[in-house]
Design a binder for this molecule. Structure first.
Ligand SMILES: C[S@@+](CC[C@H](N)C(=O)[O-])C[C@H]1O[C@@H](n2cnc3c(N)ncnc32)[C@H](O)[C@@H]1O
Length: 372
């Protein structure tokens, strides 16, 4: 496996956002919702076979965007399905198939802080892609992700990373994009989509060259257990990339007056309080390097990204999205609708400036012999 030179457990790379590609955010030209005709994904084959793979399995039909993956029968769903594609023949007996678990029925307490399948979620996914793909994707490229890699993404959201990966791993590779609610995802060539609750459902073990998660684990109360599960899903030598925010430093820099500054700070505090109330850790980004090391990974490579929020910045677009997307949670934390409207107007002011939170992009490798 090729990759950038990385100090064992060392820190490397600090970006201030300079040199990032693409125009400033104005909502135009951003990737929209996925289309329904993403192409016919191939079956997902693997070299390693975990005990889990040998269990009797049923088929799951992977539907295009707008539909959840559903099992072919109730009894099949209990057995744990194969992942396959409508209209394609089933697996040959000599093929080893990556299976993904049947998603558990929704249970109380599993309501994610950011739900999918709404106009808000699609806008959020567009902002996430515009703000953070310029950080996430070059990291994956620099690590050598390429032809033949078998990749898993959890909490794939709108699928921008998974789509990029699917283009990158040709020929011979595959990408499985999973999400608790995959309605904003669509399959495509080399790209499978499945519903999967990474906090509850099992994953194939030692199956992937790359496991990717961005802005997912920090929202999960059981993030450490989930991290260990992701590590077990890696082949020996496989790469884990976790991109997460630390929202403890994101001060306002230019506001019209002290009152506006105080309002923005109150909005940020309400947001972090709402995320914590839902079991999240808004500062988890800074803890990811140590968490990866504690989970047994080596060659920990850390990259930090911080930028300036302004009216045409996609990171600020995300903040604006949160005034709508998290409205109920923010009002529970004391923000009124008038406050949210006011902070929205403040953030649209062309003279407004604030520091972004810090995105930590952290890579680690599972010990063992990697790809040659
Ligand atoms: C903030 S969004 C990030 C989306 C995407 N990773 C990105 O960075 O563009 C969080 C995503 O995690 C998903 N999610 C939340 N809880 C999850 C869980 N337990 N298992 C799998 N996905 C989950 C949500 O549905 C949502 O798509």
């Amino acid at each position: 496996m090729t990759g950038p030179p990385s100090d064992e457990d060392g820190l490397s790379g600090m970006s201030d956002g300079a040199g990032l590609p693409g125009p400033l955010f104005d909502g135009a030209g951003l990737p929209g919702p996925l289309s329904d005709d993403g192409g016919a994904p191939g079956r997902f084959t693997a070299r390693g076979v975990s005990p889990w793979h040998r269990r009797p399995s049923a088929r799951v039909r992977v539907r295009p965007a707008g539909c959840m993956a559903t099992a072919s029968s109730p009894s099949a769903s209990a057995a744990g399905p194969h992942l396959t594609t409508p209209g394609l023949p089933g697996p040959r007996s000599d093929e080893r198939i990556h299976t993904v678990p049947q998603p558990a029925p929704a249970r109380e307490g599993t309501d994610p802080v950011f739900g999918n399948g709404t106009a808000h979620s699609r806008d959020q996914h567009s902002c996430l892609a515009a703000a953070y793909d310029p950080v996430t994707l070059p990291r994956l490229a620099a690590a050598g992700v390429g032809p033949g890699w078998h990749c898993l993404e959890v909490g794939a959201g709108g699928g921008s990373i998974a789509r990029w990966l699917a283009g990158r791993v040709a020929p011979g590779g595959s990408v499985l994009a999973t999400d608790l609610d995959p309605r904003d995802l669509a399959p495509g060539p080399r790209l499978e989509v499945a519903a999967l609750d990474v906090a509850r459902d099992p994953l194939p073990e030692a199956a992937y060259d790359l496991v990717m998660a961005r802005l997912v684990l920090q929202h999960l109360p059981t993030r450490d257990a989930v991290l260990h599960k992701l590590v077990r899903a890696l082949k020996p030598g496989g790469l884990l990339q976790i991109d997460e925010l630390d929202a403890s430093y994101e001060p306002p820099l230019l506001t019209p007056d002290a009152q506006a500054e105080a309002l923005y700070v109150r909005f940020l505090r309400a947001k972090t309080a709402a995320l914590r109330a839902a079991g999240g850790d808004p500062q988890w980004g800074r803890k990811v390097p140590a968490a990866l090391r504690a989970a047994g990974l080596t060659a920990i490579d850390v990259h930090l990204h911080i930028g300036v929020r302004h009216a045409r910045d996609p990171g600020l677009g995300l903040q604006l999205n949160h005034t709508r997307n998290l409205r109920d949670r923010l009002t529970e934390q004391g923000m009124t609708q008038e406050d949210l409207d006011s902070v929205g107007r403040l953030m649209r002011d062309p003279s407004f400036r604030a520091a972004s939170s810090v995105l930590y992009s952290v890579q680690g490798r599972r010990p063992g012999r990697g790809r040659s």
